[in-house]
Each structure stands twice: as structure tokens, then as C-alpha cells.
Design a protein. Structure first.
Length: 94
């Protein structure tokens, strides 16, 4: 599936046939070992989910698709389970 990275929702060209991905530029992929649980991956996951939650609450996006979410990595990060906090602050759908 083709995708394209953008730095903000406002920059997305919705006429393109690619999946838009918001790049927070908060990770060096060389620092993340594939298949390994780490505090760094937990931090990045929490930051991304928190950012997307803010966008959804502000009405900038209609929803969030997010996977995978490794709870063990989230707990290892210093963000105090921020992904769970971000999700708990989302309004429930009517």
C-alpha cells in the first residue's frame, strides 16, 4: 500500500492515492530494534498517539487507526502510560 509522510494535517494532498502519514520526526529508526520491546519505542508510540488524539479532539481529523500498541514498551517509557491516558481522554462515540 503506497503511503506518503507529511509534517502536518494541513499539508496533506487528499487528491493523491496514497495513505497520508503524519511524521512527527521524533525517532531515529536506527535506535529501534525490530521485534524488541524498548522504552524508546514506548515513548514514540505514546507521543504519536497523544498527537493524533489532540488532532481528533480538535476536529482536524475524523478518527485514528493505530496499531500495534505494545503495552510493555509503553510501561518501559518514562511517559507514565501516556497511550492509555490519551485514549482515556477521547470522547466516546455516540
Amino acid at each position: 500500500m503506497p503511503w506518503r509522510a507529511y509534517d502536518a494535517v494541513d499539508a496533506i494532498d487528499w487528491t493523491r492515492g496514497e495513505v497520508p502519514v503524519i511524521d512527527l520526526a521524533n525517532i531515529d529508526p536506527a535506535r529501534i530494534a525490530r521485534g524488541a520491546v524498548s522504552a524508546e519505542s514506548g515513548r514514540v508510540t505514546g507521543e504519536r498517539l497523544e498527537h493524533m488524539t489532540k488532532l481528533a479532539r480538535a476536529g482536524a481529523i475524523d478518527g485514528i487507526t493505530f496499531a500495534p500498541l505494545n503495552k510493555q514498551a509503553d510501561r518501559k517509557s518514562t511517559r507514565l502510560n501516556s497511550s492509555h491516558v490519551a485514549l482515556s481522554r477521547m470522547p466516546s462515540s455516540a
